[in-house]
Design a binder for this molecule. Structure first.
Ligand SMILES: *Cc1c(COP(=O)(O)O)cnc(C)c1O
Length: 491
């Protein structure tokens, strides 16, 4: 047993010169620079609505990031000045209330501070016995509760829902083929595995099929109704046909909030079919699942609690800074047996740093991983689930407001039902080219950042209202900006 007196190991004397450390030589000077930078980032967030939504980088700015590897040091204060002039003005724009082009979260100041703390503590959350693992478990418990999952459920932070969906497909595949398929691969199984998702499913589902070796040709695109929701009767028919032709249906993927229009597949109906047909039932809830925190919106997602797994993104509607994707799996044991590895360097002990039963590295492909859980835990702990839920419901109310204003306006026409927070609209008497130039011009002028998508073969303007900073006044102003633009084009 070591005593306090013994703490100084003998090699202390022979320690090399302190200059081999990468820590600052002058801590007070470092502290002052870091405090100033923190202030500047806080001001950036506090005043985000006053500047342009986005601005294109001038060529000189790109030049700053095309230099060769620096052999020697630079002053931190000079590097921070470069960050102020060459980085901060040219960010994505998703913090700004009129960024609506894509489903991007806006972050929160709390999340920003959490990231700083997480970087300072620099925990490796692949496993081992430390508090980072407990924080992740805390969030897993909360998400179980929010999704109506049982205590047997496991959960894992990953980059985003693309990765969460891939992990879910991998678990479903392993469950369908048996554990020996981990060793023997797909070929040995000798069966054509078939998955089903709606025609509106996110492209990462097809990619997950490719990465898992099953192939995207084995993903059936189930037709959708006029509101963009999967038609369960078509799903049932496609499964029966595949079985009749000797293939092995193994996975049904429902989308809770499609990327194009925010449509929610009939989660309860798909759950029934998946149960009857013995398929893994995965919900891609990248956009929508976190809305389970809202009392008002929860009923829209009825049936999600019957799924085998749910992918969700805290970094979208949850407003946790990037990245913070998450996968919840009803039967945690199935997730563990798909991914655990017997390596000697990952062996567990009954106490000490290697203590602990299931580590995050047993639940997915990552070994080294950061503390995504801290920013998520701090965001939910500080704001409370109700307030986050209300802000989510509020963006949906804003989307309905925008849609009704556009519908009443002679220049615009709403093109898809507003199920959640996404509004797609066309310009009366204007075609695809006008939609494209309007969107790009507004972005380049820094006035607003909508995007476009295709609906029924037609290019339309798409506004996804995800930002907790967006207000009705912002959206009314957005309609004025577009009207002025179109009048300028002779409308
Ligand atoms: C955003 C999104 C994804 C991908 O999630 P990432 O976090 O970007 O990897 C998957 N599905 C849907 C429906 C999405 O909106």
């Amino acid at each position: 047993m070591w005593l306090a007196d013994n703490r100084k190991p003998a090699f202390e004397e022979s320690r090399p010169d302190a200059s081999s450390s990468l820590d600052p030589a002058d801590w007070p000077a470092f502290r002052a620079l870091a405090h100033k930078m923190l202030d500047d980032v806080i001001t950036h967030v506090e005043t985000i609505g006053q500047g342009p939504v986005w601005q294109s980088q001038p060529e000189e700015n790109r030049e700053r990031f095309r230099q060769s590897l620096p052999a020697g040091p630079s002053d931190l204060s000079a590097v921070l000045d470069d960050v102020r002039t060459h980085v901060m003005p040219y960010a994505t724009g998703n913090l700004h209330p009129l960024f609506m082009g894509w489903v991007h979260g806006a972050g929160t100041p709390v999340g920003m501070v959490a990231e700083m703390i997480a970087a300072g503590l620099n925990m490796n959350c692949g496993g081992r016995n430390h508090v980072g693992i407990d924080i992740e478990h805390q969030v897993v418990r909360w998400m179980r509760e929010a999704m109506g999952y049982p205590e047997t459920a496991s959960g894992l932070f990953v980059t985003g829902s693309s990765m969460a969906n891939f992990v879910a497909v991998t678990i479903a595949k392993t469950e369908a083929l048996g554990l020996e398929s981990r060793r023997d691969g797909l070929v040995a199984a000798g069966r054509d595995l078939i998955a089903y998702a709606s025609a509106e499913a996110h492209g990462c589902i097809a990619q997950a099929m490719q990465l898992s070796g099953i192939g995207s040709a084995n993903l059936r695109m189930v037709p959708v109704d006029t509101a963009g929701r999967m038609m369960p009767s078509a799903l049932g028919m496609m499964i029966r046909q595949d079985r009749a032709e000797g293939r092995l249906p193994f996975l049904a993927v429902a989308t809770a909030g499609t990327v194009n229009t925010g449509a929610i597949d009939p989660l309860g109906d798909i759950a029934e079919i998946a149960a009857r047909e013995n398929l893994w039932y995965h919900v891609d809830g990248a956009i929508g699942a976190i809305a389970m925190l809202s009392d008002e919106m929860r009923p829209l997602f009825s049936g999600i609690e019957k799924s085998s797994s749910v992918a969700l993104d805290f970094h979208k509607w949850g407003q946790v800074p990037y990245d913070a994707g998450f996968l919840l799996v009803r039967e945690g044991e199935k997730q563990r047996r798909t991914f655990d590895q017997p390596a000697a360097y990952l062996q567990r002990a009954d106490r000490g740093l290697a203590a602990g039963d299931t580590w995050p590295c047993d639940l997915g492909p990552d070994l080294s991983r950061g503390l995504r859980a801290l920013k998520t835990w701090m965001t939910i702990e500080t704001l409370g689930a109700d307030r986050i839920g209300q802000s989510i419901a509020h963006t949906c109310a804003l989307a309905r407001h925008l849609a009704s204003r556009l519908d009443a306006h002679p220049l615009f026409e709403v093109k898809a039902p507003v199920a959640l927070n996404i509004v797609c609209f066309g310009i009366c008497g204007g075609g695809s080219d006008l939609v494209r130039t309007l969107v790009i011009d507004l972005q380049e002028q820094g006035l607003a950042a909508p995007s476009w998508t295709m609906i029924d073969g037609e290019l339309v303007v798409r506004c996804a209202i995800v930002n907790h900073r967006t207000t009705e006044t912002d959206l009314d102003g957005f309609i004025d900006i577009m009207t002025a633009y179109l009048r300028g084009c002779g409308f």
